[in-house]
Ligand binder design. Structure first.
Ligand SMILES: Cc1cc2nc3c(=O)[nH]c(=O)nc-3n(C[C@H](O)[C@H](O)[C@H](O)COP(=O)(O)O)c2cc1C
Length: 256
């Protein structure tokens, strides 16, 4: 049907066509950005898990290293059982923790997280021969000002700390930089999470831990509250409302 460009009909057709083109462009861009964001998130998770496991290696592509040495698993914290799930790297733990249908209020909220996801993603890490070398587990909790997010890697004895890393926090720069300083996080390496009775015993100690204290990590003077926040986060996540049931199940399965 022919119509004049400067007629009402022509103007309408022009406006509708322009709106359609713009909406396609916006939708397309949003989809591309969404995929890029997912890839970035996946990469960050892989890099920090490798760092926590102590196997980050600049000469090997991290995605390849992750694919060959790490098995992500989804754990139900109530039962300690694995949940079958595809694309675990895309599991959104933060969303799961705030959705009332997939989370619960902790009875004793030592980490001050307000709600805890029912299912959490953990990472089993193996050496080149396929032997388990560590389990990397997410931890988070409140410091003085902010929620601090990180991973704690535990050795196959499920007690000795292999490493602790933090990838996000909003504590004061210059005062609480120790959170991501390897000189401080390395103090956790080799420390024991639990005492002989199986009670969580890890402590950040103001003034410094005594020589030979297997549960004590030096606190940083002038920033004790951030350090205590980290201790409380570890206490929470390795306690009854965190990984304890899973760890007991895992230990039993390993015995068989
Ligand atoms: C502006 C400002 C920012 C601070 N930021 C932190 C912080 O990020 N983490 C922290 O533990 N303490 C921080 N502090 C210090 C705490 O208020 C508190 O004095 C300290 O944690 C106690 O540690 P101490 O017992 O080792 O002195 C800050 C203090 C001020 C004035």
């Amino acid at each position: 049907m022919a119509f004049k460009k400067d007629s009402v009909m022509g103007t309408m057709v022009f406006i509708i066509s322009l709106s359609l083109v713009c909406s396609f462009m916006i939708t397309g861009t949003a989809e591309i950005l969404k995929e890029r964001k997912l890839v970035k998130k996946r990469d960050e998770v892989q890099q920090f898990v490798l760092k926590a496991a102590g196997i980050a290696n600049s000469s090997v592509d991290f995605r390849e290293l992750f694919a060959t040495r790490v098995q992500p698993k989804l754990v139900d914290l109530e039962t300690g059982e694995y949940i079958a799930q595809e694309n675990i790297l895309d599991f959104d733990g933060r969303m799961a923790a705030i959705n009332p249908e997939t989370s619960r209020k902790p009875k004793k909220d030592t980490a001050k997280i307000k709600s805890r996801a029912d299912q959490v993603r953990i990472f089993e890490v193996f050496d080149a021969e396929g032997k388990l070398t560590s389990i990397v587990m997410p931890i988070y909790g409140k410091g003085l000002w902010s929620m601090m997010y990180g991973y704690l890697a535990v050795e196959p004895d499920l007690n000795t700390i292999k490493n602790i890393v933090f990838y996000e926090h909003g504590e004061t720069p210059g005062i609480a930089d120790f959170v991501t300083d390897p000189a401080w996080t390395s103090l956790w390496q080799g420390k024991q999470l639990f005492d002989a009775k199986g009670k969580i015993a890890i402590k950040v100690i103001k003034g410094g831990a005594k020589a030979g204290d297997v549960h004590g990590v030096d606190g940083v003077s002038g920033a004790t509250r951030t350090g205590v926040g980290i201790q409380k986060a570890v206490e929470f996540w390795f306690g009854v409302e965190g990984y304890q049931t899973f760890l007991h199940r895992f230990a039993k399965a390993e015995e068989k």
